[in-house]
Write a protein that binds this ligand. Structure first.
Ligand code: ATP
Ligand code: MG
Length: 210
């Protein structure tokens, strides 16, 4: 329908922290998202639905216009380069940092350092910027164990409390970016459905500012 809105969002901490913001706009899922097996949730507003997707898939749904709106971590957006998206609002939720971490006792590395990460693009850009030649090793998770097992010299990962790093004998060496979740908007939808999307952004901005 012309004026319906679909919001793509990932389960877990982003959803948990986004729901109170959406609730302040009067948007409440009709089922408990963490209990339900449904991945498309109707809400208390008949013209707004949520689609629950993997965190890294949120920009894909929004770029293709399947969802007009999405909520995604800046880490995900840094990796996902495209120009079909607007990023009008920092929601200030799911905050953490993207860092370079390494063993507490640094070992001398001969040749190019090996960096294990799932943030391949961001890591490559960061080290290029630093003028350091590295070899990037793509992992999909549990990056923290890579240095201890000898797979990599350092990692690029997200940290919040730092407990996981410490438990794996790693420490933060450098901070690459402060991370929080952002509202993203499909550019074409902004034109076609600006009448509903602009007020949505404005109201959400007010809620975030509080
Ligand atoms: P999946 O678990 O579906 O493979 P994921 O591991 O990226 O994906 P989450 O761990 O729920 O999913 O992370 C989702 C988003 O939450 C991340 O993209 C990031 O923006 C943010 N995030 C990740 N780790 C933390 C953290 N330790 N503290 C705060 N926010 C975080
Ligand atoms: Mg995870």
């Amino acid at each position: 329908m012309a004026d319906t809105l679909t919001i793509a969002i990932s389960k877990g901490r982003v959803l948990q922290e986004a729901l109170p913001l959406l609730a302040q706009l009067g948007i409440v899922p009709l089922e408990d998202p963490e209990q339900s097996r449904r991945l498309i949730l109707q809400t208390s507003q008949a013209d707004v639905r949520l689609v629950l997707v993997r965190a890294a898939d949120v920009p894909t749904y929004v770029e293709h216009g399947t969802a007009e709106l999405g909520i995604a971590g800046k880490d995900v957006l840094l990796e996902y380069e495209c120009d079909g998206l607007y990023e009008p609002l920092d929601l200030g939720i799911a905050r953490c940092r993207m860092v370079v971490a390494g063993p507490k006792q640094t070992r001398k590395v001969r040749g190019r350092a090996r960096i294990a990460t799932k943030y391949v693009r961001t890591a490559r850009a960061y080290f290029a910027d630093q003028g350091e030649q590295v070899e990037i090793i793509r992992l999909y998770g549990s990056m923290e164990i890579a240095p201890g097992l000898g797979l990599a010299d350092r990692i690029v990962d997200l940290v919040d409390s730092g407990r996981t790093l410490a438990a794996n004998n790693l420490e933060i060496l450098e901070t690459i970016a402060e991370i929080s979740s952002r509202l993203i908007v499909n550019k074409a939808a902004m034109k076609m459905k600006g009448g509903v999307i602009r007020p949505f952004i404005r109201r959400l901005a007010e809620v975030v500012r509080k």
